[in-house]
Write a protein that binds this ligand. Structure first.
Ligand code: A2P
Ligand code: 11C
Length: 352
């Protein structure tokens, strides 16, 4: 008794965490199918202690499947998720393939869980850097309103996948061994130039677009508006972003500057209280004891950690803060499984 669940991209950096998060979830699972490319077909992975053979993902792989958790890249989702929906599955997609489709809810359960009720078979999981910002800012938006968000990200290598993480480690080793670093992946696989990430910073995540922003920066702007305001182009909150790749393996950091609507009501103390009571958020903000969020401590946890909350000393109603979360968990696998848990709890997906 339970749901048949397929994990698409099961061998990847997010896929392996999807397996783990599903093992720990409240979803009753009757059978799990682990799908990847032909390169991985025949490998075995464990689910709840049992060996499961990885299969090559094909349209027929979704026969009998109730829930699909997808993280095999946008083009794979574009091709295969409609096939899964045709066969009666509900898909939670961790790629950017369908995020801006008006018929596809883009969901952070702590913020806009109700959007799930409008699904037509596909629900999109936002970009990792957007998700953690939403967890931190939604309670502040609800209490004081938000006029503007200015964010700079410090994004971990694993955001670009397992091969990218491997590249960071091999570059670091080469550098320390006095060898030349070979760079094939960063800043982004599909671009002309490649630069080392180890002992470096790259102010480019995804491709650079004609408007001079990177696609990652574009995502943070428009996903924020769709999640908070249900309109990807809403002028109600102004958002701007600078996205930077840093040589950290896992967990993204974000320096976030906000300007609230209710300038006279907001204070650091009240914002700290809001974060303390916010679902999915943990306050780590004790300057006297040098307590603040760090990637090393956030890794492996489902929460979003918030600290260094301080007022702009020259602009009333504006605040700076520092937000860290595991990009592979809340930024990807956990948010995806959390959405699936909500679908199950709210009766929005059936066992066939
Ligand atoms: P594989 O390991 O067989 O290449 P990451 O985000 O860590 O790079 O992982 C990408 C995931 O997507 C892996 O599980 C990878 O499988 C899978 N994948 C890549 N291309 C395809 C494809 N064409 N069909 C199905 N899965 C794919
Ligand atoms: C990164 N944020 O750190 C990206 C990875 O749209 O789901 C996630 C890309 C996405 O490289």
């Amino acid at each position: 008794e339970g749901y048949e669940v397929a994990i698409l991209g099961a061998t990847g950096a997010v896929g392996t965490r999807l397996i783990q998060q599903l093992e720990e979830s409240t979803i009753p699972v009757s059978k799990v199918r682990l799908l990847a490319s032909s390169r991985s077909a025949g490998k075995t992975l464990k689910f709840k202690g049992q060996s499961v053979t990885v299969e090559e993902a094909k349209p027929e792989s979704f026969e009998g499947v109730d829930i699909v958790l997808a993280s095999a890249g946008g083009s794979v989702s574009k091709k295969l998720l409609p096939e899964a929906v045709k066969r009666g599955a509900v898909c939670v997609d961790n790629t950017s393939a369908f995020r801006m489709d008006p018929d596809v809810p883009l969901v952070v359960p702590e913020v806009n869980e109700k959007a799930l009720y409008k699904h037509h078979g596909i629900i999109a999981n936002p970009n990792c850097s957007t998700i953690q910002m939403m967890v931190a800012l939604e309670p502040i938006r609800k209490a004081f309103g938000l006029k503007q968000i200015i964010v700079s990200t410090y994004q971990a290598a694993s955001g670009a996948g397992q091969s990218a993480l491997n590249e960071l480690y091999s570059e670091a080793k080469d550098y320390l061994d006095g060898k030349e670093m070979s760079a094939d992946i960063f800043p982004t696989k599909g671009d002309k130039e490649h630069y080392p990430l180890a002992f470096n910073l790259l102010p480019q995540i995804d491709v650079l677009e004609d408007n001079l922003y990177s696609h990652e920066e574009w995502k943070m702007i428009h996903e924020t508006k769709k999640i908070m305001l249900d309109d990807m182009n809403s002028p109600e909150i102004k958002v701007t972003a600078t996205c930077v790749r840093v040589p950290v393996p896992i967990s993204h950091g974000e320096s976030i500057y906000i300007e609230v609507e209710k300038k006279d009501e907001a204070s650091v103390e009240k914002i700290r209280q809001l974060i303390e009571n916010a679902p999915g958020a943990v306050l780590q903000d004790d300057p006297d004891h040098q307590i603040y969020p760090q990637p090393i401590n956030a890794t492996g946890k489902r929460d979003t950690f918030v600290g260094r909350i301080r007022p702009d000393l020259e602009n009333k109603g504006a605040f700076n803060m520092w937000v860290v979360s595991d990009n592979l968990l809340k930024g990807a696998a956990w948010n995806t499984v959390q959405i699936a848990e909500r679908l199950v709890a709210d009766g929005l997906v059936e066992v066939k």
